[in-house]
Write a protein that binds this ligand. Sequence first.
Ligand SMILES: Cc1ncc(COP(=O)(O)O)c(C=O)c1O
Length: 826
Amino acid sequence: MDKGIGTIYHKLTNLFHSNPSTSASTNTISSTPEMSGSLPISTFFDRLIPSSTTQTKILHNPNRYHNTSRVTRQISIKTEQNSVSSQPTSFDTQNTTALNILEQSIAAEVHSKDEPPNHASNSLQYRHETTSSIPGMDDAEFRRRGKEMIDYIADYLLHISDRRVTPEVEPGYLRPLLPKNAPKQSEKWEDIMSDVERAIMPGITHWQHPRFHAYFPAGNSYPSILGEMLSAGLGIVGFSWAASPACTELETIMLDWIGRMIALPVAFLPFDPKCDHKKNDNDDVSLSGSDDDDDDDDDESSDDHLRDSISNGDNNHERKQSRHIGGGVLLGSASECILVAMLAARTKKITSKRLADPLIEDGQILAKLVCYTSKLAHSCVEKAGLIAMVRVRDLPVDENFSLRGETLDEWIRADKENGLIPFLVSGTLGTTSCCSYDNLEEIGEICQREDLWFHVDGAYAGSALICEEYRYIMKGLQFADSFNTNPNKWLLMNFDCSCFWVRDKFALINAMSVDPLYLQHKHAQQAVDYRHWGVALSRRFRALKLWFTIRSYGIEGLRFYIREHCRLAKVFELLIRTDIRFEIIGNVTLGLVCFRLTGSNKLNQALLLSLNDSGLIHMVPSMVNDLYIIRFAVCAKHATDDDMRIAFHIIQEHADSVIIEYRAQRSRRQSSSADSIESTAKQTSTTNVEQNPCVLEEITNPNILPEIPTARNVYPKTKIRANTITTMTPHHRVTFEKPISNSLKDKRPRPMFVRMVSDAKLHYPKRTASQLSRQTSLVTPRGRKRIQSDSGNHASRSSSERYLARTVSILETVNSDEGELDDNKQ
Ligand SMILES: Cc1ncc(COP(=O)(O)O)c(C=O)c1O
């Protein structure tokens, strides 16, 4: 008899039934966790015991309580100790039931020693018993509802253009539409689905709508949806090879496929192509396995390409590496990829510095690390810096919105002179703001010289690399240490799916590895364990959707999709250029067009507000080199030329009314303040449009427009607000006064650490004293007043006020010359 186990069991049982209201029900064993407050003993122990043991025991248990040998042993110990009798009376019924189970389980255990189990029949019995006791959906209903759901999704996507693009709801709209508490009892599926239309759909932004042109595309395709479905159905968690070998292995193969599809430098590929070539010169790039002639041709050309890259064809400057140690992993987002790259780079630099000077502490090195990126890099670089506790410098870009080597060089030199330690450059291949490209070649050479980790973020543009004609943008990628792209943006994969490749997987694993006993397995030396390649332990089977989608479309199908989007962006660009009131900002290289009304930022802001408020179209703005621009991304999977024309027509209509409204407001303002001195002062701060007679001229003479289809969609006439349902106003609200939310005064003071890592003086070392002294203070004047009036009354202040006051005083001394907050971050 093992007393210890008996005591543990006793405690667990008490824990389990500690709620008298639920433990009073006698039949909790056969009911389910969802329905009763207490878990059945069997279920509870099933969670503690390895499934293999569980299965063996289930097989020979003639009754419905499928316990395990370990459970049985524990319970028998408890029985011998007579601990049951010491339980409070209210538990007796249940414990008696438990005793019955015990007896049956013991019998089953004895029986099981004599006969080999019949796995098939018994596991069926097990499955049947389990499902019959769980309320909710059974197999038959799942089959039916699953088909209905597929129909619902297909109908939704087919008729999506009948809806507004953006919802007309306000924060908090959903709470009044749903019950306060979760339902006690199982509800009918029909009721749940009818609530989808009633409550959920009104709050959905329709990213797959043909008039959705915001951000970047949100990948979506039927094969990918089905891949996701299978992944959910399998319900596995693939943190290590052993946790589900196919999950890991398919992921590695997908990273290899995509790496080859986008012609990544071979050093990044998970499998060493040189070895593949030695083994079999012909089959390594064949994705379809088909024998058809066309495929063979294509394979040959890909093969040639691959051979070229291996023998330095398009990677002339391929960095010399003695062995192939590259690899790739699927992560949840580009932000995660960049964070992981930063952590790896940080560990690498700290380790090398510590080796050079064993007396120096990690913290001392950390405090000096600097990462460089461009002003137009995605804000996730700054966020990664916050998490990794390193400085991030946003460097200025040139007239093509590109970070250049010269700028980087200058800043690195200045930082090194100040005793700082550069460790990482995060370049961007296709910025979010305007799809510009950093000069990877210039940056890469500097990174090599300075021994800096070079990460390249190709979250959007990376997908275009499957087409040979766009590969010119990747020039210099051979210098990179890591690269990420998001097939969930522009390769028809549903979210989430970010590919991340590294040249040296050990640099990554060194930074991320922890290895508790319960996660180790006997194949660890030969297999990939992706838990060491990212932040999360548990991992989804993301590779399935890649596999389904790539195979369903084929590389050519995906190329067609990318090329269509790029062509349509050109169509839209031409339309915009036909109207001289507009200008195109930057180059249209892929599927993003950045444009603006030739006028002030406010005018453009008003135009975008008007467009988005209409619900007819959705776009988002961006700020590049102090210009407020409107981003038009080709997003819809099946976008057409007509979609471009309709979008352009909507934009023109709104531009007309915004300009009229703008002029009316301006003349009202001028007439009401014509005589006052204040008005003179105001006029000095008028917008570019007012100062620029050319622009006014352009705006007042709308030019001849190309023919546009006038067919309009009819949208639902109601909108849901927080507590009311109101009729949708036909007029588009135009507000010129709405502040740009990125402006400094709208930002809350950033925590001390954030300020510390982005110190203005270090940020803008070239700024003159007078420029710096003109910088706006961190805290709004109102906030400052409140804090000052509170000073001396510390006891009455809340902790947040005290924190604020402390922050203000520190920052006022350290940072009276605060640098401006970056308006470019998205
Ligand atoms: C260039 C770039 N990098 C990073 C990101 C962040 O992507 P994620 O949402 O996957 O973190 C984006 C998002 O649009 C992006 O465009």
